[in-house]
Design a binder for this molecule. Structure first.
Ligand SMILES: Cc1cc2nc3c(=O)[nH]c(=O)nc-3n(C[C@H](O)[C@H](O)[C@H](O)COP(=O)(O)OP(=O)(O)OC[C@H]3O[C@@H](n4cnc5c(N)ncnc54)[C@H](O)[C@@H]3O)c2cc1C
Length: 517
């Protein structure tokens, strides 16, 4: 037991935890308000990491929607590459036919592309873009913890957000009267960027993802692991203490308030405030204890138990020889999506709900990325497959290694065949290294029992004012977990420190903007 009492303990050293640390040291002198970040792994970064196999470097994360403003505020000095030209390509597969659609970077460029490609839909397209941009703009007026007068004001300053807050993205974009099936496919793929099919994702999440990625999609110029390393170095330089290999076993609650944490080595550390950035369900069930939560706030406890977690995934990381010219195939862009369309992503989610994944060449959806075209080094191809349920992956990995290996190779073979067929001819002949991450891999590294890649899913009933609140009913305990992605994770770090400091960063507003500083 240490005698030191911290002002803030942050549990988890992923991008959310590191953003909390940087936001804290920017606003509080750590010699007077000491802050400690605890990470169970030997390195920070969480989901954002880079691993090596036989001289090949593989990144987990691939894209950051426009982070420039947030990097500036958090003093993250990380060299970035911006995807100029087009940031994504969609390949719609129908039997043996493939239709390629390039999504240009820039909100207006994307709109112009759609106007030219679908002239009969011009009116709806213009209306959709103008309305969506205005709705995204309304975010600046949204408070994270609105008071009653704030809520009344919302009706006037955020009318579009209020109107669409419980709509799915599919219902939203169909209300503009789009009829062209291919155009509907394009919007469906955009919803997939927010981790759910258009039929399930809340409108604001997809509109937000669209706005932030179209204004600029970026990635670190070097491998992705540099980002959390740079954040950690800066946090330490500014006075934050960071301990790795420090697993929190329990959050100590005394008289309804969070008082400290207990590590798995038995050590106890006390703090005035505690932020947890680990899997939300694990934090509430295991670190706090659902019975304690129930005593303090049964509604919050019920919501924490019912909230749907995001799906897991399979990532196939391939190291290839130099016999394929990946750039000549147009792969130097953020994301390539190959999909059989016609509601494919929703069908895959229906299977996910049943605890299944489909391997069917008439119904598949995969993203293909070539990070080595940015980072240099030996050529790499990453295939991302979402959603994949946990099912019996963990059980197989723990008890039947041969079958586990067979199952993951089967998925990899299937997707490599599709990529070879529609995107990279002869891919399989050039593979030197293959590494397959399953839901069990994500479970092992992140500690999420569902292997969730994006924590809680952005369903309409868990978003905005309906989300599981960041300020938990346990006094001084906060969970700033946000569904899907690096941009929201950084934003959440700022939001929670803003909340603790009484609005010193952005005055209680939910989205950081330069003019607040
Ligand atoms: C394969 C993959 C690819 C992705 N690609 C993208 C992308 O291209 N763009 C994008 O925007 N987003 C992407 N994401 C999502 C993005 O990486 C996450 O949303 C984001 O990194 C979440 O950060 P976090 O800090 O909230 O959580 P995490 O990264 O999960 O960090 C939580 C940390 O807590 C630690 N921890 C857990 N339990 C304990 C404990 N008991 N005690 C102490 N520490 C603990 C974990 O080790 C971990 O380091 C991807 C995710 C995955 C898995």
């Amino acid at each position: 037991m240490t005698s030191e009492k911290y002002s803030l303990i942050i549990i988890g050293g992923g991008i959310t935890g590191l953003s909390c640390a940087l936001a804290w040291v920017k606003n509080r002198d750590p010699s007077q308000y000491p802050v400690l970040l605890l990470e169970k792994q030997p390195i920070v970064g969480g989901m954002v990491t880079t691993f090596k196999r036989k001289g090949y470097s593989f990144d987990t994360a691939q894209l950051i929607p426009d982070p420039v403003e947030l990097f500036r505020y958090l003093q993250i000095d990380c060299e970035l590459k911006k995807y100029e030209g087009y940031f994504s390509r969609i390949f719609l597969v129908n039997s043996n036919q493939v239709t390629g659609i390039n999504i240009p970077s820039g909100y207006n460029a994307f709109m112009e592309m759609l106007l030219q490609r679908y002239p009969a839909e011009q009116k709806s397209i213009r209306k959709f873009f103008s309305y969506s941009q205005q709705m995204f703009g309304e975010l600046k007026n949204l408070k994270l913890e609105p008071t009653l007068p704030d809520l009344i004001k919302l009706l006037f300053v955020c009318p579009k957000i209020v109107k669409n807050s419980s709509k799915t993205f599919s219902k939203y974009f169909r209300s503009f009267g789009f009829t062209n099936p291919e155009l509907i496919e394009v919007f469906d793929v955009f919803a997939a960027f927010s981790g759910l099919p258009a039929e399930r994702a809340v409108t604001m999440m997809t509109v937000g993802a669209m706005n932030t990625s179209l204004t600029g999609a970026f990635r670190p110029a070097q491998n992705f692991i540099h980002l959390p390393h740079i954040m950690k170095r800066k946090a330490i330089e500014l006075g934050c203490q960071v301990r790795t290999r420090a697993k929190v076993k329990k959050i100590i609650i005394e008289d309804g308030r969070a008082a400290g944490v207990q590590l798995d080595n038995g050590e106890t550390l006390y703090s005035e405030h505690i932020i947890t950035t680990i899997d939300t369900k694990v934090a509430m069930h295991d670190l706090v204890g659902i019975d304690i939560l129930q005593q303090v706030d049964p509604k919050y406890a019920a919501k924490a138990q019912q909230v749907k977690m995001s799906p897991s995934a399979v990532t196939i990381s391939l190291g290839i020889d130099t016999g394929i010219d990946l750039a000549a195939l147009g792969l130097d862009c953020g994301y390539n999506v190959i999909t059989t369309g016609k509601g494919t992503f929703e069908k895959l989610f229906q299977a996910f709900d049943r605890g299944e994944y489909l391997l069917d060449q008439r119904c598949f959806h995969a993203a293909v990325i070539c990070p080595s075209l940015t980072t240099g080094g030996k050529p790499t191809v990453i295939i991302r497959v979402v959603p994949v349920p946990m099912g019996n992956w963990k059980e197989l990995r723990d008890n039947n290694t041969a079958l586990y290996k067979e199952k993951k190779e089967e998925i990899a073979d299937f997707y490599i065949r599709q990529v070879e067929r529609y995107l990279i001819p002869d891919l399989s002949k050039h593979i030197v290294v293959r590494d397959i991450a399953t839901p069990a891999t994500f479970e092992r590294y992140s500690g999420s029992p569902t292997g969730s890649n994006y924590d809680m899913s952005p369903y309409p009933d868990n978003f905005g004012l309906k989300r599981l609140k960041m300020r938990t009913p346990i006094k001084n305990l906060y969970q700033p977990k946000f569904s899907h992605g690096l941009w929201p994770s950084m934003q959440a770090g700022l939001q929670v420190v803003d909340m603790i400091t009484g609005g010193e960063i952005m005055n209680g507003y939910s989205r950081y903007r330069t003019e607040y500083t």
